[in-house]
Design a protein around this ligand. Structure first.
Ligand SMILES: [Zn+2]
Length: 392
């Protein structure tokens, strides 16, 4: 292993207690998206100790940008920290470990002091499970001067090559007319029927779609009493596909189903996005190869070459503006599903915390390698340009 890599591995190892404490503290205090005040404060306090300058982000009180410039010239590399939990089941996506790993990476690199080349950023990114603050951080230009971005997500297997689906979150509302359901049904317009027809229309549509599409919804409002024709009914859907362009095509078909139900029932349709749209994740293979090699160098051998991940993440939006990786690191057996109680337990376990430490080491190694070998960074950038400009 090269000397500079050895050094950051040792620096990260020294941070073990800090990394584990952070993971525990956030795990014990689960906070929902955009309410992660404790987690955000804790991260800010901890990283400030390593000489990072902290900036607030307007309009996102639980986001922050911590940065530290090195004495030597080099690339600017951002590490994303997530720290939001899920309702009722706490840290069942293990975002406490994402925060701990990215903190560990930034702190280890910051501890290089005079040998730090370029700039290290720790980007506190709230609400991954809901409104995806990274979408706004991208729009605000946070990644404008950034050369590469990384984060590691806990999973039930280890892989450097994660993918995720492009996604839109759409809420459909139908407005009908209330009437006595037995005495005067002919005087009513049934908004719930429109929602049920929307579900049936989408179910028929599935047969004609590519296999990577996911459409799933719930009824959030469906009437007040069985003896009143529902005058208002609402459903929320997520529409997902591997490529954003196809997802947008599917979205139009779903909206056509909604219009069909409007026409059939007479209940007036309106629709809107209830969360920000997520782009599909483009894993930069040059960086992912480096990360994988670095994991091997610190003794991680059970690494899958499968492209993994069928969910959606706002890291997708980051990966469309800067070369990025979002590897998965095993914290549980393969049969343990994310967003389950078992996964929450794994996110608080010694094994989980150790995975965060290993992630921090491998990310820090990848960062110093990108700084020491500009030709690799250039290769990563060329790949990024190709991946984000389909016409080339
Ligand atoms: Zn997650």
């Amino acid at each position: 292993m090269e000397k500079i890599k050895q050094r950051v591995v040792l620096l990260a190892e020294k941070l073990k207690e800090d990394i584990f404490d952070l993971a525990d503290e956030i795990h014990k205090n689960p906070e929902l998206g955009n309410q992660e005040f404790k987690a955000s404060r804790l991260l800010r306090e901890k990283i400030a100790k390593y000489g990072f300058k902290i900036d607030d982000v307007e309009g996102l009180p639980t986001a922050f940008i911590a940065s530290k410039k090195g004495a030597k010239p080099g690339p600017t590399i951002a590490f994303l920290a997530e720290y939001d939990a899920l309702p009722e089941i706490g840290h069942a996506c293990g975002h406490n470990l994402i925060a701990a790993a990215s903190f560990g990476t930034a702190a280890a690199l910051g501890s290089l002091e005079d040998d730090l080349a370029g700039e290290v950023m720790l980007v506190g990114s709230p609400a991954e499970e809901t409104n995806g603050a990274k979408v706004l951080l991208v729009q605000k230009g946070v990644f404008a001067g950034v050369d590469a971005a990384m984060m590691v997500h806990p999973g039930n297997r280890t892989t450097a090559y994660a993918t995720s689906l492009a996604m839109e979150a759409i809420e459909f509302t139908y407005t009908g007319k209330a009437a006595h359901a037995a005495a005067a049904p002919h005087m009513g317009i049934n908004a719930l029927d429109a929602v049920i027809m929307l579900f049936n229309g989408i179910n028929a549509l599935r047969q004609q779609l590519k296999s990577d599409v996911r459409i799933h919804g719930i009824i959030t409002e469906g009437g007040k009493a069985p003896n009143i024709i529902p005058d208002k009914a609402t459903a929320r859907f997520y529409v997902r596909a591997k490529e954003k362009a196809y997802m947008l095509e599917v979205k139009e078909k779903v909206i056509a189903c909604a219009r069909g139900a409007e026409l059939a029932t007479g209940a007036k349709l309106s629709y809107q996005n209830f969360e920000l749209p997520f782009d599909n994740l483009i894993t930069n293979r040059v960086m992912a190869d480096m990360f994988k090699q670095n994991l091997k160098e610190i003794g991680v051998s059970d690494i899958s070459d499968e492209e993994e991940g069928i969910g959606s993440t706002d890291m997708g939006n980051v990966s469309q503006v800067v070369p990025a990786i979002h590897p998965h690191m095993a914290i549980a057996e393969r049969n343990v599903a994310p967003h389950s109680i078992e996964f929450c337990l794994a996110a608080g376990s010694e094994f989980g915390k150790n995975a965060a430490l290993l992630s921090a080491k491998a990310m820090a190694m990848t960062a110093v390698e990108l700084a020491a070998k500009p030709e690799l960074l250039e290769k990563a950038k060329q790949e990024f340009i190709k991946a984000t400009s389909p016409s080339l």
